[in-house]
Design a protein around this ligand. Sequence first.
Ligand code: NAD
Ligand code: AHE
Ligand code: ZN
Length: 376
Amino acid sequence: MRTRAAVALEAGKPLEIMDVNLDGPKAGEVLVEIKATGICHTDDFTRSGADPEGLFPAILGHEGAGVVREVGEGVTTLKPGDHVIPLYTPECRQCHACLSGKTNLCTAIRGTQGQGLMPDGTTRFSMLDGTPIYHYMGCSTFANHTVMPEIALAKVRDDAPFDKICYIGCGVTTGIGAVINTAGVEIGSTAAVFGLGGIGLNVIQGLRMAGADKIIGVDLNDAKEAMARQFGMTDFVNPSKLSGSVTEAIIEMTKTERDPFGGVDYSFDATGNVNVMREALECSHRGWGVSVIIGVAPAGAEISTRPFQLVTGRVWKGTAFGGAKGRTDVPRIVDWYMDGKIDIDPMITHTMPLDDINTAFDLMHSGESIRSVVLY
Ligand code: NAD
Ligand code: AHE
Ligand code: ZN
């Protein structure tokens, strides 16, 4: 078949909207009509050329929602008409990682996924002249139709709106999951969140659900403060307006008579900046602070700190997709949204047709948007 897609032809260039060829689903695969897709900073990271795994030409996009249109041989858990959310972290329920119960990082198809290919080592997308186009993060939601492995699709209820639940395909689950699954935040905790974008706001939402008392948000952009307060932030810091470091400022904000050392119980990096990751670790509490890296850093970037920071009890952790097991957890998060336990709507600040997808990257760079969503 032919479908309409935004194609990343070269690193650092705007996406080009064009018709592409899409081969049908092979054994164990599913054809999905994408109804809506969010644009995450990770899409821009790869588009820019900063991703060591970036391949071109590719169809980016990994935060979608849609409807199953056709299933390949042997597919048993999905049928045409089912509503689904694509998973860049699949859940095969059979590999060593899935069976360990210790991680969401299913290994079943990670090798080919990182090479922009389907599990059989080929691509389903091609240009009209026959040039193959790579898949992205196993999803490629910047195409109106895509082919995905069955194990990388979460079946969700069919009364949930695509234009909102697409965000559960990455940002919502990553932010809330980082708090609940990775950090394990307890009632009454103090926390700092660096970067109040599409991920950081969901960390804040997760912290409020977990019952954190003090939620300090950090961003260079003052315009992010109001929405962050709406989602539960109690204090805001703009590092560019401080005379000292943000680490010192957060330690000062959390010192009490009983606790002269200060520091937050939990901190989260949602910027992808390795200097910020260090600040996040070092503002966490001596003896027990846990700092979670969510941000994705460019090729070649490395983190550093004095080992003394860890010797004195701080713990550095990371999280992918918020530690969520997609086929199990994503349908529940959709229920949370439908039951009013979490809010998504205000974070979707812009919507647009696929033809205008490059505007979403402009809005991200100018700091005007939280999430842009393409509606097909
Ligand atoms: P975003 O662009 O919406 O938000 C980033 C925010 O960080 C912006 O508000 C920006 O003003 C702020 N910021 C930038 N530099 C800063 C600094 N030095 N100090 C303080 N604030 C700063 O991006 P997003 O979609 O929220 O993604 C955030 C990061 O999370 C990206 O690196 C993305 O690739 C990553 N990510 C990781 C996962 C995962 O599974 N680990 C999932 C999704 C996104
Ligand atoms: N390709 C990058 C790594 C990118 C990365 O860390 N991706 C996250 C999801 S970001 C979603 O917005 C992830 O899930 N990582 C786990 C994995 O297996 O990729 C690089 O540096 O090579
Ligand atoms: Zn993402």
